[in-house]
Design a protein around this ligand. Sequence first.
Ligand code: RP5
Length: 181
Amino acid sequence: LIDFMDGKTQTSKPQSSIASSRATIGVIMGSDSDLKTLVPGLKILKDFGIEPEVEITSAHRTPEYMAEYASTAAARGIKVIIAAAGGAAHLPGMAAAHTSLPVIGVPVKGSPLDGVDSLYSIVQMPRGVPVATVGINNSTNAALLAARILGAFDPAVKKKVEAYAEEAKDVNLNVKGTKMR
Ligand code: RP5
């Protein structure tokens, strides 16, 4: 379990069983080194009042735990999974192979290939096993996309998504206005 706002992990060891929570979004990552990349997205979820379930589940180092996590997520009440990984980034795809929930992949920039390796690993899924892939390190868009999916069924979340977009519009107009002067 991760104290994500501090960007620190309490443990990176695989859990033998997954604690149940009332989370609707599962955020998983291949390593605790991915956590800092996810913090902007986690902050958005927090601002929206969405408490995610945050776990380290490596497709390579802890494959059984990764499979257990993904295959039991829907039964725990999770509606969307955000999965971040760098390098040979198999976690989002493997998670998608173990669940029918929507999976959003976040390619993490970390290797000498600057995240392009991760982007290609995540985006090039075989037909039939979709992963919605956001830009390299773009946990913000992953969180917003997850919130939009929840918002399609939850009017309170939809309102927050719309308010965020309105605020972004204002900020953008103000920035542009400043530049033009
Ligand atoms: C991937 O390998 C992880 O998602 C991480 O981005 C990358 C490097 O992991 P560490 O060596 O930093 O643990 O599986």
